[in-house]
Design a protein around this ligand. Structure first.
Ligand code: 2AM
Length: 176
């Protein structure tokens, strides 16, 4: 029987942007606000797949390899707190159409292949803090970073010795 793995499609954050975000986060939030997401784990989820068999992962990665979506840039200029999942996030006030279309395409392929998709509207975000279930003092604004999306990736969420790691399995280019 094949093993299943917890997978999701996401946009990676370039290393330089990861460093800028974690420095700003360290300067902007109290230590008690929540658990900081590790720099290498910062990403913007496009479609969460859940526990997926190897066979299904192959099908979804084949579909991803045939996607021809355009490159786009988004400005990370929004910030919020969802107390119930306990997430403080970085987002965008103006999601580019190409981002919404790519996420919608991946989510519909995921649903067609039996991966449950939340009925909540897609809200593009980068989770910054977890376990943030109490009120959090948010800084008034963000530095408005630009994220140039040139590729999207398939990640595996691994949990080992109390730590979560998002391992990039494969990436596909967006079309310039
Ligand atoms: P989050 O950052 O808002 O928690 C890996 O878990 C990624 O998939 C995270 O970015 C997470 O979003 C996202 N995700 C979406 N739906 C999820 C779900 N039902 N369970 C776990 N992660 C989910």
């Amino acid at each position: 029987m094949s093993e299943s793995r917890r997978l999701f499609f996401a946009l990676p954050l370039p290393t330089k942007l990861q460093k800028q975000v974690i420095q700003w986060r360290a300067d902007s939030f109290e230590a008690e606000a929540g658990r900081p997401v590790a720099a290498a784990n910062l990403h913007l989820t496009l479609a969460f797949l859940g526990d997926v068999s190897d066979a299904k992962a192959r099908v979804l990665s084949g579909i991803a390899s045939r996607i021809t979506s355009p490159t786009f840039s988004l400005t990370l200029d929004d910030l919020g707190h969802w107390p119930r999942p306990g997430v403080v996030w970085l987002g965008t006030r103006r999601a580019p159409l190409a981002l919404l279309q790519l996420a919608s395409l991946l989510r519909s392929h995921a649903a067609r292949n039996g991966c449950y998709q939340s009925t909540l509207p897609f809200h593009p975000h980068v989770s910054l803090l977890r376990g943030a279930t109490r009120p959090v003092a948010l800084p008034a604004s963000t530095p408005e970073w630009q994220l140039d999306a040139n590729e999207f990736s398939l990640y595996e969420s691994q949990y080992h010795q109390g730590r979560t790691r998002y391992q990039c399995l494969q990436s596909w280019p967006l079309v310039a």
